[in-house]
Design a protein around this ligand. Sequence first.
Ligand SMILES: [Zn+2]
Length: 253
Amino acid sequence: MNNDEILQTLTAMSHYVGAPDRGYAILGEGNTSARIDGDSMYIKASGTALGTMKPADFLAVSISKVTDILDEPNATDDDVRENLRAALLDPREERLPSVETVMHALLYEYGEYNFIAHTHPVACGGLLCSVNAKEAMLGRVCPDQIVVMGRASVFVPYVDPGLALAREVRDRVRQFVEEENEPPKAITLENHGVFALGPTAKSVMNITDMAEKMAYVLLGAYSAGGPKFMTEKDIDRIATRPDEKYRQKLIGG
Ligand SMILES: [Zn+2]
């Protein structure tokens, strides 16, 4: 894909996850990004809305310059803003990237990802803001959920938004990759929302759709006496079946 095609695809993906009838993001909520190459990415400009994004509403930034700030132990919110400004590839650019750019940038350090969507879906929010958030996000209840979202997701307990949250996400994703030998397809943030990550825009939309559908299923299961989560053995079986791998490919996973 050339840069124009990346921007067109990113814009279409943003309209999909930002459409008002889906309930994934309203007003200025959420943010989307796409990899340009090994060290650069497009990210939603601060103050824009996903449902009405135009290609020019995305800013190109250096991934490594954005993530530099994570290793500054005493960095303040002002330092983060200045660092984001310094990471812009166009020095004449006056707008600022989304405040959650640091999280997108640290995730692109995994070469498997080309597109990321972060949203606040309504039903996912219902679970993420509940006392059962962790088990609801880590558990698996249907085979199709495993095909689209993988064997497991990353769950991040509530942390003050900003650098502290970005560092927590980085640590938990590292731990996930060590345990699962592959990067996660979804990261769920307690009292906040969901990150969907994938090689294609289509896979990112599928993961967001499936996360929200499963959240509705789980809300139903909790109201019907509590969910019956699949066993580790059944999850492994679905995750490794050749026909399920084939299906995963067909749907753009
Ligand atoms: Zn958010």
